[in-house]
Design a protein around this ligand. Structure first.
Ligand code: NAD
Length: 285
């Protein structure tokens, strides 16, 4: 029987800490501010943006939403980012992805000031993560690390396998495990012997985007299993990349979906925004 690492519990703790520090900042005249840009009317993006705004209100941040029509031009979007880069009350800027097809995602990410890039997607922040000298970590991998720390799991010397190599999850995830002295293998859609590699993992992170992809025969007895996936199963029910029912009896620790990595992402966004506000006001510790 695995111990379940509850993202609900850990994220509530992170948000409570952020709220407390936000109150101290407010006493010094600084209220952290996050600008959220959404282009078009993708329903999933709308849910994510609403949750981010709600989290801001809960921890005491100001949030500004910029809901732009789907036909917004690249120039109009870059113009808005430029204004927000220069707006003192705004410490963090995020542009909800994916963007409509006619917009250049890379150019948009590049346009956000690295100091306000609370998603940590800007190439300058990605480079800083690579060399281990960073202010912001991308929210989802940082959330996974927070869960690992909360459970008291020592990464040093462990065989860590990450399934997925996206810029948002897989790649930075592998780097964060490496920073903590894990021996890291990154698997992807072209990996051969996936089952064998995964079965060697002491710590297995699944970021594939395929419902119940990780089966019991891919998991070592006693492994720590962290499930980043957010999918729908054959009945339309929310599920992860890990076949929880099969894998849970074999794992030592496991994160559920929902209630695992998901809630951590927004909590870490709040943490990054707080940090941005401190940095921009010369208060970093
Ligand atoms: P992505 O589609 O960009 O990347 C998926 C990765 O999986 C790719 O690198 C690909 O090579 C690999 N892959 C695909 N098929 C494979 C196979 N058969 N064998 C091995 N590797 C394979 O997805 P992403 O943005 O990294 O997201 C991954 C999952 O995490 C999705 O379910 C997404 O919804 C979820 N996600 C959750 C959060 C959160 O807050 N919990 C945040 C971001 C993404």
């Amino acid at each position: 029987m695995a111990k379940v690492i509850s993202g609900k519990e850990v994220s509530a703790k992170v948000r409570a800490d952020v709220k407390e520090e936000c109150e101290r900042l407010k006493e010094k005249g600084v209220t952290p501010g996050l600008a959220v840009i959404i282009v078009g009317d993708d329903p999933a993006s709308r849910v994510y943006v609403n949750n981010k705004k709600k989290a801001c209100a809960e921890v005491g941040f100001v949030s500004e939403e910029y809901a732009l029509p789907a036909e917004t031009t690249q120039e109009e979007l870059l113009d808005l980012i430029d204004k927000l880069n220069n707006k003192k009350e705004i410490n963090g800027i995020l542009c909800q992805l994916p963007l409509p097809k006619h917009l250049d995602e890379k150019a948009v990410i590049n346009a956000i000031s690295p100091y306000k890039d609370v998603d940590a997607f800007h190439p300058s922040n990605v480079g800083k993560i690579m060399i281990g000298d960073y202010h912001f970590l991308p929210c989802t991998p940082a959330g996974v690390m927070e869960l690992i720390h909360f459970a008291g799991i020592d990464v040093s010397g462990k065989n860590c396998v990450v399934i997925g190599r996206s810029n948002i999850v897989g790649k930075p995830m592998s780097m964060l495990l490496l920073h903590e002295n894990g021996t890291v293998t990154v698997c992807h859609s072209k990996t051969k012997n996936l089952k064998e590699i995964c079965s060697s993992a002491d710590i297995l992170v699944a970021a594939v985007g395929r419902a119940k992809f990780v089966k019991a025969d891919m998991v070592k007895e006693g492994a720590v299993v962290l499930d980043v996936g957010i999918n729908r199963d054959e009945n339309g029910k929310l599920c992860g990349d890990v076949d929880y029912a099969e894998v849970e009896p074999k794992a030592s620790y496991i994160t559920p979906v929902p209630g695992g990595v998901g809630p951590m992402t927004i909590a870490m966004l709040m943490k990054n925004t707080l940090k941005a506000a401190k940095l921009q006001n010369g208060m970093d510790d």
